[in-house]
Design a protein around this ligand. Sequence first.
Ligand code: GLA
Length: 694
Amino acid sequence: MSLLLEVVASGPPLWRHWGGRLDLPVGLASLADTRRPLSFSPDIDVPVSAAPGFGIDWLGQPILTAHRSGRDFASRFDTCSVVERDGAIDLCLIDEVACLALDMSIALDPESDVLTLSASLANTGDETLDLSWLAAALLPLPDTSTTIRSFTGRHNAEFQEHREPMPAHGWVREERRGLTGHAGPPGLFVMGGGAGWHEGAVHAVQLAWSGNHRLAIERLAEGGWTLAAGAWLAPGEARLAPGERWHSPDLLATYSPDGLNGASANFHAAIRARSAWPGGVMAPRPVHLNSWESLYFDHDEKRLMALADRAAAIGVERFVLDDGWFTGRDDDRAGLGDWTPDRAKYPRGLGPLANHVVASGMQFGLWVEPEMVNPDSDLFRLHPHWALRIDGRAPLTARNQLVLDVSHQEVRDYLFGALDVLLRALPITYLKWDHNRHLMAAGGSAGQARYHTQVLGAYELIDKIRAEHPAVEIEACAGGGGRIDAGMATRTHRFWVSDNLDAVSRVAIQRGFLAFMPPERMGAHVGASPAHATGRTQALAFRAATALPGHFGVELDPATLDDPARAMLARWIAVYVSLRDRLHQGRTWLGEEADGVLWQAVGSPAHLLVFVTRIEPPAGRPGHIRLPMLRGAGTVRVRLIETASSGAANTGGGVFDRMAGDGEGYSGTWLAEAGLPLPPMSAESVAVFALEAV
Ligand code: GLA
């Protein structure tokens, strides 16, 4: 991609281009001279700039709004200095009248084609400034844009995709729950006319932020739209004393001419570049067994050891002890805050279980929910004022818990100490870090809103744990996928995508996840049948094949399976282990074909794994899937390596039988244009192909 900003004599640079790659240098004036004021508008032209203010000559959405006791409500940055450094532009903007200094940074990573944009505002006046909005960036969208692709969600139904036309007026996503939310990252995709999975212009953004946020698209009277994104601020949340500065989160923004898959591939590359793996490189993603759905709160040392044995026997590599292990935690009404092993369940502490897990050849992981407290806990009895609250209003529990004000150093110190003791005493190499409620009545001790500081406090706590325990990986969870975003992606290593393990529900949830995040971050487990979240029943093979492209795990007790089923699960684990290096690098493509066929390809054109999923029974004859990345790839050997079905077996025959074993050679261009012929697939089935250029 290229972006082009025109530096002007006074004021912020003007947006001239954010889109396809340009072959600069050419004369700017000939590129984009729009200096033609419209009728019924000011006598000067006011094109979209990088930092439009409010209340003077710009009538579109502003980069910020602020005031001082009702005065200084208007802003315009007449002075701007531009510093270029290694693929980045820094803007220092000054409004001498409103006494504001705005620094903006725009950095383009040529590897991923992703921009990182941010803004920070200083109050240069001598009275307090009330900031009510500061966008990380304000970007232009072309007048050829047609569609917004965004996501909504709730617990057990994350990443529900929506496509809607560009607005005649405005489009807003505002999150005021204090958390990223189950809709997934604060982000969206804007598709140009004719854009689809594989082709066409797509602009996309996601905020690296785990709290309240606002994404807004507004129609410009003269055509096109502006897109602004930043943290949503509660009243009084951002009051800047003279000299004080306020920072926006980073906004990741990308453009691709290669459709939705092109934009997602850029995001995947950017997230990979922001990853901080223990030791600097991602180790193969180990197979998990997470204890939650096997026994919920019903722990005892012997049972857990037996579960660990059964896990090790089928090839599990990391055993995660979920909720229920700490003092007083017999159900979800008590215990959060008291991070010591429950002596009734673990009379000898967690050491024997953790050592048993390690001795069985597995890593030991532990569930925690540090930012939370149950009113029924020793911590709350000792420090009731550590919880967020609003004086004069009854505290509002959710899942029987309150939220600790982690902006306070003493609260963070307590939590760090509690986790540090566990991490030092036990061979823990993994934390599942949960956050099981929204922020409501989230006031601090002085009565001010605490949403924003809560996110910064949580980041600080996680960063400190990581700095002190660099070998420990962290999974971000918030009742499933309530905190999946690029802010958490830089400080954690896996996302728990959803508590909904129903494999049919999972198909859409996981495809939504992959819009923003790469597959190696996608916690995907084989759950029980019927699924605890939905009550629906699916075959083990279909559940396993659906989880296979992510970071694979198991969320059931192998003892509940009969011998053949247990052997089948062990076999799927072995399949995952044999494929994971290929599943977790390279590109991901998603596609859809007629008659409800969904597919996902991972790798490179020379070396591809293709997952074809059918959820509903077919209406017609088996079709083809067109794999555009193989155009011009020469001869490609196609092998059908796995089939997984809930109902009648896939009855291939003919060409499909030939795809089994050593496979069959096809022309890459044929596979791109005419497509790979599919085996007949029943409802709830997956076919996995390996494709190699020969
Ligand atoms: C959340 C998580 C689950 C589990 C429970 C434990 O709901 O999403 O995976 O850890 O909390 O209480």
